[in-house]
Design a protein around this ligand. Structure first.
Ligand code: NAD
Length: 502
């Protein structure tokens, strides 16, 4: 049921809001109250085609623009993003539910990627070798792929699009973003800020939608590369469908991040870290800790500290400054996470903290679920095997280091992992032996800085490239090597043999 106060969101095509009447819509809810606050149009194949036409028309000039011009646009965007942070964070909090400080944090992490991309003149440098043969020089160049598209998840409505857009644009591409339909508003404001910064119309477009829109993107011959971030089944589908259509695809999937605590660890640091990393953003982070692996006798010493901290957490609406943990994103997601708590109980795990009892006065229709803690979880249980993506932490007790490592390495996901110990040798051994893309040592959420690349292994990544950093630059460019002879050609006559450099 929609209300008169609800916002009408639009696509952003060819430098402005797209006024074409939509055939289908989705509803955006405010997570803290459960109210419908916006209607979002779902793009058809024809809408996607309009965005692609705008992108193709704009890309040629943008790809040929001087690096100075491109850098100035990125700097201009960086300034505007900085000035609009509070406004953007409020939009993110309203639609996603995360607390305001967390929304500001994700914008800052996205801004760091913009700052990295501002160094594009350095990042796009090729190599040059003079005299590879008599009078012959060689140099390499990195060229734009053309039109790239990004399909992003609900949990970081600003940061994840900003993992992609600044790098793709810096490399001279046009970009089409398909943000999550659950919290799509921030992405349109982001496109407007790019326009204000001087980005030519059509270089950045935003189309909203669901699977129909995504399929139109994957099947469009005018799109050359697709970046995806979301759940594993969809990531696999995007990778297989996109590559079959001849596109370059990087598809980052789901996660089940373990935190291993060795007996010699600082247990107060470990307790602070586990609670922050498991329940921050209500566990809706791809780098959230969802499995705590206690080694030896750690569980009995660590769990009281964790439970004490859980007891002090303030669950409430994200816009209230005292709240530390907000609601889940949608009613459906709330039901799914609560269903996992039921499942854990049914399968015999010990629910030592039950967040289902948490009530937020005045927000009875909000999608709140308090912190849940399961002890004595085993690897066969559903709460261990599945990505829950909510405030549910499972404790698995391992007798020793080898069993803990084996548990992590047998998991199908391999996004992030952390080890807590004061033994440098053990930490070093773990960093080398663990089969996971991002490793923290006494750091629970080891998200790499923008100048490194972000991404996991195994079912957490389909494709070869991680995002941003050097791999991001490579993903959005194609290599070219030029071999040139100036100015005196050698006239050696026709030679049908394989070219040899002398
Ligand atoms: P999701 O896979 O449901 O949706 C992601 C995007 O795909 C959205 O834009 C959505 O509209 C689209 N989509 C959904 N179903 C589709 C389908 N059947 N066919 C085509 N497109 C479809 O993910 P989500 O619920 O929005 O986000 C949470 C997930 O994202 C979690 O699994 C989380 O771990 C993952 N994630 C991973 C990373 C990472 O870096 N690996 C980062 C953030 C989130």
């Amino acid at each position: 049921m929609t209300t008169a106060t609800e916002t009408q969101i639009t696509h952003w095509i060819a430098g402005g809001p797209d006024e074409t009447p939509a055939e289908r819509f989705g509803e955006v809810t405010e997570s803290a109250t459960g109210r419908v606050v916006a209607r979002v149009p779902f793009a058809t194949a024809a809408d996607v085609d309009r965005a692609v036409q705008a992108a193709v028309a704009a890309q040629r000039e943008w790809g040929a623009a001087s690096l100075t011009k491109r850098t100035q646009v990125l700097f201009g965007f960086r300034e505007r993003l900085d000035a609009a942070k509070e406004e953007l964070a409020e939009i993110v909090t309203r639609e996603h539910g995360k607390v305001l400080s967390d929304a500001l944090g994700e914008i800052t992490r996205g801004q760091e990627v913009v700052e990295f991309a501002c160094g594009l003149a350095h990042l796009l440098k090729g190599e040059m070798t003079p005299s590879v043969s008599g009078g012959v020089d060689s140099h390499s160049m990195r060229m734009p792929v053309g039109v790239a598209a990004g399909i992003t998840p609900f949990n970081f409505p600003m940061m994840v699009p900003l993992w992609m857009i600044p790098i793709a644009l810096a490399c001279g591409n046009a970009f089409i973003l398909k943000p999550s339909e659950k919290d799509p508003s921030a992405s349109v404001l982001c496109a407007q800020l790019f326009k204000e910064a001087g980005l030519p119309d059509g270089v950045l477009n935003v189309v909203h939608g669901d699977k129909v829109t995504v399929d139109a993107i994957l099947g469009h011959p005018g799109i050359h590369a697709v970046s995806f971030v979301g759940s594993t089944p969809v990531a696999k589908y995007i990778y297989e469908t996109g590559t079959r259509a001849g596109k370059r695809v990087q598809a980052l999937g789901g996660a089940k991040n373990h935190m291993v605590v060795l007996p010699d660890a600082d247990l107060d640091l470990a307790a602070d870290s586990a609670v922050s990393a498991a329940y921050g953003s209500a566990g809706e982070r791809c780098m959230a800790i969802s499995v705590l692996v206690t080694v030896g006798d750690v569980a009995d010493r660590l769990l009281p500290k964790i439970r004490e901290r859980i007891g002090r957490l303030k669950v409430g609406p994200g816009l209230e400054p005292t709240s530390e943990m907000g609601p889940l994103v949608t009613r459906e997601h709330h039901a799914k996470v609560a269903g996992y708590v039921e499942k854990g109980l049914a399968e015999g795990a010990a629910l030592v903290e039950d967040g289902r009892k948490t009530k937020v006065a005045g927000h009875e229709k909000g999608f709140f679920l308090g912190p849940c803690l399961f002890d004595k979880v085993t690897p066969e249980m559903t709460v261990y095997k599945d990505e829950i993506f909510g405030p549910v932490l499972s404790v698995v007790r391992a007798p020793g280091y080898d069993e803990a490592l084996d548990l992590v390495n047998r998991n199908r996901y391999a996004n992030g992992v952390a080890i807590f110990t004061n033994d440098g040798g053990a930490a070093r051994r773990f960093q080398n032996e663990v089969q996971v893309g991002m490793v923290g040592i006494n750091v629970p959420i080891p998200v790499p800085m923008a100048y490194y690349s972000f991404g996991g292994w195994k079912s957490s990544l389909f494709g070869d490239s991680h995002v941003h950093g050097r791999e991001g630059i490579h993903f959005y460019t194609r290599g070219k090597v030029v071999t040139s002879r100036w100015p005196e050609p050698h006239h050696r006559g026709v030679n049908l043999g394989f070219p040899q450099m002398k």
